[in-house]
Design a protein around this ligand. Structure first.
Ligand SMILES: *Cc1c(COP(=O)(O)O)cnc(C)c1O
Length: 400
């Protein structure tokens, strides 16, 4: 998954120097990938794309045929997604929703609210009574569940169940649910449970988590005598930057979810993946500005850097990349700098040692003017980056 697709390769070589760096998105590749993900899942499972992974309108639109809706986590995402894919179902989640955001969401007609606290529940009920008095607003309660013991014995993964600002403490479940089932908040319709507990889980672990969430939710519904219509088991399907070919096993996940659906007929299961849908469709293309040695290590400084592609700095990995040798002849009157060692560390143009995209990459013979295409830059890449730091120009954006 790290070699650029033909369309990306052609564009990366075809752009002029001053058009670099550039984000290149292969929308055909995204379409094919999302279609395969959808095909692997049973009908009873709905897919909402978590827009925070990459909210570019072209990406949201390309995903349209393959998802049931979109998950938004702020007033900004709400307005943006509602405009980009008008009329599509939206779920509004995330901590710290403001009264204005909630009112805007109700006006837009968001059809699912993922409620994060008892306070937020009462705020939502009060604002709904004013803004949409004729409507019963669909609510899923987000819980911070501790599933370590239930489903992940022996796993060292940090799961829900530790103190975080996300969701409701399960210990508060009874007091929060009571007003939803005793008729004192008639504006709201309790549909079920939402739990997004971890990112980076492989398919067997995701399945174990999903099973535990459903079991816990059923027990909750039984105790309170409400009909459990929906369970959202979250996103977080793994994307492995160290092993780009190790794709999340959607087939195994789909098979397992089909079993879970059979055991719970009538229940709508929902997932909300972000990175595992879009990470692989984006590339960050740039060129080598200079190559030099420093204390026994070789460095290549590229145009751009982690202010555009913050992912490797944020997560502490090496961004997978491919070198496309520069076309001859070299157009400058001065000679090129050239790597003398087998391994080169790619750094950006920022005046900070943290601006490293990939360390010790085997690219013997690398020269100034060569193009470098960084893969897996389609999620949590441009939109998490600190692009105004040092005031370098912004990259171009190309949707292929
Ligand atoms: C971020 C987030 C997601 C998506 O996570 P990925 O790791 O990108 O799949 C889904 N649901 C919620 C509530 C989130 O905060």
């Amino acid at each position: 998954m790290t070699a650029p697709t033909p369309a990306v390769r052609d564009r990366a070589l075809g752009l002029a120097t001053e058009e670099l760096p550039a984000y290149l998105y292969d929308l055909s590749a995204l379409d094919a990938h999302a279609a395969a993900v959808r095909a692997a899942l049973p009908r009873q499972v709905e897919v909402y794309y978590a827009a925070k992974a990459n909210p570019e309108p072209e990406i949201l639109t390309a995903l349209g045929p393959h998802v049931d809706g979109y998950d938004v986590s702020s007033g900004g995402e709400l307005a943006h997604v509602a405009k980009a894919v008008a009329g599509r179902p939206l779920a509004f989640g995330g901590p710290g929703k403001t009264p204005d955001e909630i009112a805007a969401a109700l006006e837009i007609g968001v059809d699912r609210f993922h409620v994060e606290s008892g306070y937020e529940l009462r705020m939502l009920a009060s604002i709904a009574a004013r803004v949409v008095p004729q409507t019963r607003v669909g609510v899923l309660l987000r819980f911070n569940l501790d599933l370590n013991a239930a489903s992940l014995a022996g796993s060292s993964l940090a799961m829900g169940g530790r103190p975080t600002p996300f969701g409701l403490d399960p210990a508060d479940a009874d007091s929060v649910i009571a007003p939803l089932t005793d008729g004192s908040l008639p504006q709201l319709h309790l549909l079920g449970v939402h739990a997004h507990l971890a990112s980076g889980l492989d398919a067997p672990r995701q399945l174990a988590v999903a099973e535990s969430i459903v079991t816990w939710s059923q027990e909750l519904a039984r105790r309170h005598g409400f009909g459990l219509a929906e369970v959202n088991v979250g996103g977080g399907m793994s994307v492995d930057y160290a092993d780009p070919d190790a794709l999340f096993d959607w087939a195994a996940y789909g098979t397992g979810l089909a079993r879970l659906c059979e055991a719970h007929p009538g229940l709508t299961l929902r997932i909300e993946p972000g990175r595992a849908l879009t990470a692989y469709c984006g590339w960050y293309a740039t060129e080598v500005l200079d190559v030099k040695e420093s204390h026994g290590e070789e460095f290549a400084v590229v145009r751009g850097g982690t202010h555009h592609l913050r992912t490797p700095a944020a997560k502490g990995h090496d961004q997978p990349c491919t070198v496309l040798p520069a076309r001859e002849p070299w157009p400058r009157p001065w000679p090129r700098s050239e790597a003398r060692r087998d391994r080169v560390t790619f750094a950006g143009q920022l005046c900070t040692p943290k601006d490293v995209l990939a360390r010790q990459v085997p690219v013997a013979g690398l020269r100034a003017g060569d193009r470098v295409v960084f893969a897996m830059a389609g999620a949590y890449a441009w939109n998490i980056s600190h692009h105004d730091f040092l005031m370098h120009p912004r990259p171009g954006f190309h949707f292929l």
